[in-house]
Design a protein around this ligand. Structure first.
Ligand SMILES: O=C(CO)COP(=O)(O)O
Length: 229
């Protein structure tokens, strides 16, 4: 119902839109969204190309359902599944090698922010991914800055707080490939809602959003899409 409502509410393709769903819903995404302006993808992927890894979802399985994107390194994966920077990098590489665009999430906890470690933490997380990529492939990734303290909490980074981190991330990308760094989309995630989306998206280095809670209500998600336009 959510997919149908979002699809119906999109009169024009205002911006690039993708819905990253849990794997059991890939078939529904494909059935509902094929031929529409909305792409779809997964929320995680195995670092392994194949083999016996019960419970894992291989990138070839995402491809079976024409997933164009996959989120890697979401803070919940890092926190609850002990995913290391190195594992996240391998997942990003696995997706990229298969032609699926990885959405690489980075973000600091509240304790880290208050200790002045934000740039160091997100820098370390992004560096792990950049280390395994060819410079030429940089333009094929999406980065998402998601301060952990802002996810699902109702607390949003101020536009300037987010912009400062996005700028630092883009500078890091430029160190690897200056031309591609201009093109790479850096999304902000963390309590982005219809009432704060426009001011966040107005910042020069905030290219989009990674929306959680507000994406579960079609009307709110569509309002954020409108703000992006
Ligand atoms: O982590 C997020 C999306 O994966 C952000 O979630 P919220 O928009 O609910 O804060």
């Amino acid at each position: 119902a959510l997919l149908a409502e979002i699809k119906a509410g999109l009169a024009v393709a205002a911006c690039d839109i993708a819905i990253c769903a849990p794997a059991p819903y890939f078939a529904q995404c494909q059935a509902e969204l094929a031929g529409s302006a909305i792409a779809w993808g997964g929320q995680d992927v195995s670092a392994h190309a194949g083999g016996a890894y019960t419970g894992e979802v291989a990138v070839s399985m995402l491809q079976d359902f024409a997933c164009r994107y996959v989120i890697v390194g979401h803070s919940e994966r890092r926190a609850y599944h002990a995913e290391s920077d190195g594992l996240v990098a391998q997942k990003a590489l696995r997706a990229l090698l298969a032609g699926v665009t990885p959405i690489v999430c980075v973000g600091e906890t509240l304790v880290e922010r208050e200790a002045g470690q934000t740039d160091a933490v997100v820098g370390r997380q992004l560096a792990a991914v950049l280390d395994v990529l060819d410079a030429a492939d940089l333009a094929r990734i999406v980065v998402a800055y998601e301060p952990v303290w802002a996810i699902g909490t109702g607390k949003t980074a101020t536009p300037q707080m987010a912009q400062d981190v996005h700028l630092a991330l883009r500078a890091m990308l430029a160190g690897k490939n200056p031309t591609a760094a201009v093109e790479v989309k850096i999304l902000y995630g963390g309590s982005m809602k219809p009432d704060n989306a426009a001011e966040l998206l107005a910042m020069p280095d905030i290219d989009g959003g990674l929306i959680g809670g507000a994406a579960l209500k079609a009307v709110d998600f569509l309002a954020i899409v409108a703000a992006a336009r």
